[in-house]
Write a protein that binds this ligand. Structure first.
Ligand SMILES: Cc1cc2nc3c(=O)[nH]c(=O)nc-3n(C[C@H](O)[C@H](O)[C@H](O)COP(=O)(O)OP(=O)(O)OC[C@H]3O[C@@H](n4cnc5c(N)ncnc54)[C@H](O)[C@@H]3O)c2cc1C
Length: 462
C-alpha cells in the first residue's frame, strides 16, 4: 500500500467502524501489534478493535476494494504470527467477548475474541465445559477453526466436534450462519480449515457436564523406558483421561526440587474428566512408572487446569508438528538422544495420545482429517536470539525426520509455523485438500483471506 493511501486509511476506517482504530501514531500501537510468538516485528497500517459483525463486514468489504492485506486475530497465538500484518489491517477481535450460555440446553454462543480460559471459567460456574487446548490465553477463534486438541480430547473429541454453528463474515462482506443445515459445505470447511473462509464472529458450542476433574502436573524422570511406558499407559487409560507428555529438561521452577533442575523429565499434564475416585485410580499407573520428581495431581475445578500465563513472554521457537502411531523403544531412545543434542534454551518433545471420542468421528466429517492417528507429536526448540534460528531449525528438521522414520509427513494445522504450501497440504490428507480448495473457490475466490495457513481457491491452479 502506498504511504498516501495508508495516511487516508485511518480516517476512512474511523468513519466506517464503531470500534477503536489504532495507528502508528498511537501510544499503544506497539502493544497492539504484539502477538504471542517472539521475533515477529510487523507494522500494520491499522489495528481495528472491532465492536461487532458490522464493523468486520465493513473492513472486509474495504479490503476487497482496496486490496490491503487482512490479518484476523483472536488470541494472537498463531505460531507463524498470522495475527499481525506488515502494512495491512488487523481485525482484532479482543473486544468481542460476549458469552451467552444456555444452561438447560447445554449450549453456548461465544464471540470469537474470548480466550479458552475466559470461556472455560464462565462455563464452569454451571459445571459445564467445552474442550479447547492446554493454554488458557489461546483464542477460541484460532484454536476452534484449526480443530482444537486439548484436555478433553479423548472423552469429548476435538473442539470442532462440539461446534454446532458459526456466524461468519465471508469475503463478499455478508454475515452468514453455517451449520449442519445451512451452508453445510462451509460448516464442514471451518471445522479444521482455519481462517481461510471468512471472519468468524461467534461460535455455538455444545457444553458437557465437567465439574471437578482429577489432574494437574506430574513430573517424572525421562528415560527411554519411562517414555515408552508412559505412552503405553496413556493408550490403555480410560477415555476420561487425556494426557500431554512434555519430554524436556525439568524447569527451574520453585515447585521443582533444585536437584532435579535441568534433568530430562516427562512434564505430564493430565486431566481425568470423571468421578474423582476413578480419576485417582487412573493416575496410579503413571505414578508407579518411577518416583515422581513432583506430583501435583489432585481433584480441582476444571478451569484450574489453566494456570495463569506469564505476561510479556514472547519466545521464538523452531517447531515441527507431526502424527505418529507408536512409541517403541527405538523411538523413545531417539527422543532422548535428540533432546540431549539440542543447544536450545529449552528443547521439548510433546506427545499427546489421541483416540477415544476424536477417533469416533469419520475422517471426512470435518476438515480435520487425522482422526485415526494415535499420537500427536510436537517438537520444539525455544530460543531468545533471532540469529540462532538456523541451527534450531536444522535440529528440529533432523529430529522430525528421525521420529517419522520414513512415514509420510503429516501436520496439525494449528501447530504449523511459516513452512510453505507443501506443509499446509500435509495438514489435509486424502481428498480433504481438494474439497477445501473447492469450498475456498466458492466463498473466497480472490483469496482475500490469505494471511493464514493458506488454502488456494480451486480456480487458482495447483
Ligand atoms: C502456547 C501455545 C499453546 C497451544 N496449545 C494448543 C493446544 O493445546 N491445542 C491446540 O489445538 N492448539 C494449541 N495451540 C495452537 C493454537 O490452537 C493456534 O496457534 C491457534 O491458531 C491460536 O489461536 P489464536 O486465536 O490465539 O491465534 P491468532 O493468531 O489470533 O489466530 C490464528 C489464526 O486463526 C485465524 N483466526 C483466528 N480467529 C479467527 C476468526 N474469528 N475468524 C477467522 N479466522 C480466525 C486466523 O487465520 C489467524 O491468523 C497452542 C499455541 C500456543 C502458542
Amino acid at each position: 500500500m502506498s504511504s498516501q493511501s495508508a495516511a487516508t486509511l485511518i480516517p476512512q476506517l474511523q468513519g466506517e467502524v464503531k470500534g477503536r482504530v489504532i495507528g502508528p501514531e498511537d501510544a499503544d500501537y506497539d502493544d497492539a501489534r504484539t502477538v504471542f510468538p517472539g521475533g515477529i516485528d510487523r507494522r500494520p497500517a491499522a489495528i481495528v478493535r472491532v465492536a461487532d459483525a458490522t464493523d468486520i463486514s465493513r473492513i472486509v468489504t474495504l479490503a476487497g476494494q482496496s486490496g490491503f492485506e487482512l490479518a484476523v486475530r483472536s488470541g494472537g497465538h498463531s505460531t507463524a504470527g498470522h495475527g499481525v500484518t506488515d502494512g495491512g489491517v488487523v481485525i482484532d477481535l479482543a473486544e468481542m467477548r460476549a458469552l451467552d450460555i444456555d444452561v438447560d440446553g447445554r449450549t453456548a454462543w461465544a464471540e470469537t475474541g474470548l480466550t479458552a480460559v475466559e470461556y472455560s471459567s464462565a462455563a464452569a460456574k454451571h459445571g459445564l465445559a467445552t474442550g479447547f487446548g492446554d493454554t488458557g490465553s489461546v483464542g477460541i477463534g484460532g484454536i476452534t477453526l484449526g480443530g482444537g486438541i486439548g484436555y478433553l480430547v479423548r472423552k469429548y473429541g476435538l473442539t470442532v466436534d462440539d461446534l454446532l454453528a458459526v456466524d461468519i463474515v465471508t469475503a463478499d462482506g455478508h454475515l452468514v450462519r453455517a451449520d449442519a443445515e445451512s451452508h453445510p459445505d462451509l460448516f464442514w470447511a471451518v471445522r479444521g480449515g482455519g481462517g481461510n473462509f471468512g471472519v468468524a464472529t461467534r461460535f455455538q458450542f455444545r457444553l458437557h457436564p465437567v465439574d471437578t476433574i482429577v489432574g494437574g502436573m506430574l513430573l517424572l524422570p525421562a528415560t527411554p523406558q519411562t517414555i515408552q511406558s508412559f505412552i503405553a499407559e496413556a493408550e490403555a487409560a480410560p477415555l476420561e483421561l487425556s494426557t500431554i507428555a512434555n519430554v524436556m529438561p525439568a524447569p527451574p521452577m520453585p515447585f521443582v526440587p533444585a536437584e532435579h533442575h535441568g534433568q530430562l523429565a516427562i512434564l505430564a499434564l493430565m486431566c481425568f474428566a470423571g468421578p474423582p475416585e476413578a480419576g485417582e485410580r487412573a493416575m496410579a499407573p503413571f505414578r508407579a512408572l518411577a518416583t515422581p520428581m513432583v506430583d501435583m495431581l489432585r481433584p480441582m475445578p476444571y478451569p484450574e487446569i489453566y494456570p495463569p500465563d506469564e505476561g510479556g513472554y514472547h519466545p521464538m521457537s523452531a517447531v515441527r508438528t507431526m502424527f505418529i502411531d507408536s512409541v517403541d523403544s527405538t523411538t523413545a531412545k531417539s527422543i532422548v538422544e535428540n533432546l540431549q543434542a539440542s543447544s536450545a534454551m529449552m528443547a521439548v518433545a510433546q506427545l499427546r495420545v489421541l483416540g477415544g471420542a476424536m477417533a469416533q468421528v469419520s475422517p471426512d466429517a470435518t476438515a480435520f482429517a487425522h482422526r485415526n492417528r494415535r499420537i500427536m507429536a510436537t517438537l520444539a526448540g525455544v530460543y531468545m536470539q533471532p540469529d540462532e534460528a538456523p541451527k534450531h531449525e536444522e535440529w528440529v528438521s533432523r529430529f522430525a525426520a528421525a521420529l517419522r522414520d520414513g512415514e509420510p509427513a503429516a501436520a496439525y494445522v494449528n501447530f504449523l509455523g511459516d513452512e510453505g504450501e507443501e506443509r499446509v497440504r500435509q495438514a489435509y490428507p486424502g481428498s480433504t485438500w481438494d474439497r477445501l480448495r473447492a469450498v475456498k473457490e466458492q466463498y473466497d475466490p480472490t483469496n482475500l483471506f490469505r494471511l493464514n495457513q493458506n488454502i488456494p481457491p480451486a480456480g487458482a491452479g495447483s
